[in-house]
Structure formats: C-alpha cells, structure tokens
Design a protein around this ligand. Structure first.
Ligand SMILES: Cc1cc2nc3c(=O)[nH]c(=O)nc-3n(C[C@H](O)[C@H](O)[C@H](O)COP(=O)(O)OP(=O)(O)OC[C@H]3O[C@@H](n4cnc5c(N)ncnc54)[C@H](O)[C@@H]3O)c2cc1C
Length: 406
C-alpha cells in the first residue's frame, strides 16, 4: 500500500457528513476508527485531532505493556490487549516493535509482598503468567539491582510477569493511522471540535474549527481533555482529575537491564531501550493541572530513586525529559459508556497510567459498541454509573503497592 501522507496532514477532503466522528487522534481514537472500518465496514469515519496525531499521551508515554492488573474486571481486558500486539503488527503490516522483556515490580516490605501475592493470584486465576520472586531471584533476573540492606527501602522480593514488555508508542500511532487510511477513514489534524449538537436527546452534528459536520455517532476520546469537553459541550460530569506525568531518558549506557523494573515505594519505573538509554518515569504530580512542564524536583527524585535501586547508575546523565497529561479516575479504571445520557454519544477516557497498553483492544471493542449499540461484556464494568452506585474497582493496587511510606 502506498502511504498517502498528505491525508495525514489534514488534506483529506473535509466532508460535511460522516457516519461516525472520533474526537481525538490519540491511541484510543485511532484504534476505534481503525476497527470501525476494518471489522464493521463503517469507513465513512473522521478522526478529528486538534493538533497532530500522537500529540497527547499517545506520543509521550513510556510504552510499558503488561497484563498483571489487579481486579477481575480489568484483568481479561489487559490479557487480551497483550496478546493483540503481535497480531496487530502482522495485520497492520507495520512493525510495532513489541519487545517482550518481562516486567518486575519490586516489593520493599512484608505488607508489599502480601499485596503482590494478591496480584499474582488474581492474575494466575485468569491464566496470566505472574510469579512471586524473593530478593535473590530478583537479583538473578536483574543483576544490577542492589538487594543489600543499604538502600532506604531494601528489596524484599518482586512480582515477575514474563509476557509483558515494551511496544514502540509512536509506531502504534503511525501503524493505526496507516491502517485507518487504508480502510478509508479520514484523519483531520489541526482541527478542534468545539461543540456537539444535540436534538431530541440525540447527537445531530459536531462543530469544529473547520466547520460543521453532520453525524449521528460521536466518540469522545480526547484523553486528558475528555472530561472538560463532556462538561462544556454536554453538561456531563465525570470524576476525572488531570495530572502531569513526567518521564526522562539517560544517556546511552552499556546493557544493564533487560526487563521493565518498577518500585511503588520509590515511585519509579525504568527500562533500558534498545539504544541503551534508561527510560524512566515516576508517579504523577500530586496536584491537578494541565501543564506539561518539567520540574527540578522530579529530576532529583528520579536520580535518587534510580541510584538507590541501581547504584551503578550514579553519575549517569539525563539527556531528555518531557511531560504528558493523565486523565485519572478515583479507582484508576477507565470510563467507557455509550448512548448515555445522549443517544449517539460514546466516551472512552479516564485511562490514567494504563491507556497505552489497553488502547488497541479497547478500540476493537469500542468499535463494536459503536457499530451495534450493544456494550460488549468486557467493557460493561467501566460505565460512569459505577461512581454513582459507589462500585469503585480498586485498580489503584495494580500500580502503587503498599510501601513503607504510604
Ligand atoms: C509520561 C507518561 C507515561 C505513560 N506511560 C504509560 C505506559 O508506560 N503504559 C501505558 O499503558 N500508559 C502510559 N501512559 C498513559 C497513556 O499515554 C494514556 O493513557 C493514553 O495516551 C491515553 O490515550 P487516549 O487516546 O485516551 O488519549 P491521548 O493519547 O492523550 O489522545 C487524545 C487526543 O485528543 C486530542 N483532543 C483533545 N481535545 C480535542 C478536541 N476538542 N478536538 C480534537 N482533538 C482533541 C488531543 O490533542 C490528543 O491528541 C503514560 C502517560 C504519560 C503522560
């Protein structure tokens, strides 16, 4: 297939009517558009992106994929998500660079080991490969780890998840965009959705900076902007806080880490890229905001945390740092809904830290939801109504284990 680059540059004809409009050219928007066209033959679809595809979390994340989430509702989705990457690589005929290096979550207290044990059993219950390791086994897996009593939080053990790893995030964006174009989807960049028109309880049109589009189906996949968009355009409130996540890479180093390693107690995760850089991220900034600015505080925190776990990194230099926004719900699980409270309005947001690994599979099921009007069983638990019914999920435990300081 010849890659029609001009279409990606916003030059595909801007129609005045589409069968479905996707707001946001991020991971979830592109994936849904792709599957709408490929699986359901709905290809009169427009993806409307206010800047450029991958401008949001899609192009800023640290590309970690894994299936060892915590709750019964989330595990099946992430399990299928992980299995999809190699299939999607073939299907899109685009190398998504899945590096199946495995993930190691460290525990620094007896309480953390107990918490990991719960995670491991939940994962194993779903047939997901997840194992508990003691400190020596962690060291065998990642020899550069300091498992002595020297660090402030010594390593007690870890949760090892061999099927996880890294997928190139920009490759996913470009691969899905290419797949969309191949199936006739229009991608309009530098175009902002400014309003959603509703008549008699149904979506009728959207308003954009390039004009009005008639449509009966709209997906709000605007990532960190989705809650503001829903409130401003439809008066729908969602319990989402927008927080900054910062990430950085060091100078290239000789191979020293061939797994993704994370620690809840130190609020740090890291992996070594194929170029040799240590790519590392941290917890979110503790206050809601829409800035992607970086802070000296995080550079210092990251340097301290990394060198506690990996003393050999002392003296390594950070080369690049960036920030992105995360749309965080109180239970760290997404909000997925359709035809509520407006017919034809769908939403897929609130992914916080987990929206990369879940993107392709969610797009596949979201497309089915939009095409048929029936919410697939795997997506049903994520309805916005769960907050009104006080049925939160506790997915927070998939990320921040019990640690000595929390
Ligand atoms: C530093 C960092 C590290 C991360 N690491 C990981 C990780 O390792 N693994 C993981 O699974 N997840 C990770 N994430 C989270 C992940 O990146 C997000 O959850 C994911 O990108 C969400 O995808 P999305 O499609 O919902 O939103 P986005 O990718 O943010 O896309 C939303 C798009 O909507 C557009 N938009 C907004 N408003 C409008 C409008 N009015 N009109 C038109 N377009 C609009 C935006 O410009 C944006 O391009 C990380 C995030 C960050 C910031």
């Amino acid at each position: 297939m010849v890659f029609k680059h001009e279409q990606l540059l916003g030059k595909s004809r801007f129609r005045s009517s589409y069968d479905a409009v996707i707001i946001g050219g991020g991971l979830h928007g592109l994936a849904t558009a792709y599957y709408l066209a490929k699986d359901h033959g709905i290809n009169n679809v427009a993806v409307i992106e206010k800047r450029y595809i991958g401008f949001g979390g899609a192009g800023r994340n640290t590309a970690i994929v894994r299936a060892n989430q915590r709750t019964q509702e989330n595990l099946p989705l992430y399990q299928e998500a992980l299995k999809l990457w190699p299939l999607l690589t073939r299907e899109l005929d685009f190398n998504l660079m899945f590096y199946n290096c495995g993930n190691l979550n460290l525990a620094h207290s007896d309480a953390a080991i107990k918490s990991l044990r719960l995670n491991v059993s939940s994962a194993q219950f779903h047939g997901i490969d997840s194992r508990l390791l003691d400190a020596k086994e962690c060291k065998t897996l990642v020899p550069a780890l300091d498992i002595s009593d020297r660090p402030r939080y010594p390593i007690f053990g870890g949760m090892y998840h061999p099927p996880g790893g890294i997928v190139r995030h920009d490759a996913v964006v470009w691969g899905l965009a290419r797949g969309c174009i191949k199936h006739g989807v229009h991608i309009h960049q530098n175009t902002e959705v400014t309003d959603i028109g509703v008549k008699n309880g149904k979506v009728e049109f959207i308003e954009t900076t390039r004009g009005k589009i008639k449509t009966e189906k709209v997906l709000n996949a605007a990532g960190a902007y989705s809650a503001a968009l829903a409130y401003q355009m439809l008066d729908i409130r969602m319990p989402i806080s927008v927080l900054t996540i910062q990430a950085m890479v060091t100078q290239p180093l000789k191979p020293l880490m061939d797994h993704v390693v994370s620690s809840g107690a130190y609020h740090v995760y890291a992996n070594q890229t194929l170029k040799g850089e240590i790519a590392t991220g941290s917890h979110m900034d503790p206050w809601p905001n829409y800035t992607t600015q970086n802070t000296a505080y995080y550079i210092k925190h990251q340097a301290e945390a990394l060198t506690e776990l990996f003393p050999c990194l002392k003296g390594a230099k950070f080369m690049r740092i960036w920030g992105g926004l995360a749309d965080m719900t109180p239970d760290m699980a997404p909000i997925i809904d359709g035809n509520d409270p407006v017919e034809g309005y769908f939403v897929d947001c609130g992914w916080g830290y987990f929206g990369f690994k879940s993107s392709a599979v969610t797009g596949k099921y979201m497309a089915r939801f939009m095409a048929t009007g029936q919410c697939p069983a795997i997506l049903k638990p994520f309805t916005r109504q769960r907050f009104e019914k006080h049925r939160l999920m506790g997915e927070t435990a998939a990320l921040v284990e019990f640690s000595p300081n929390n």
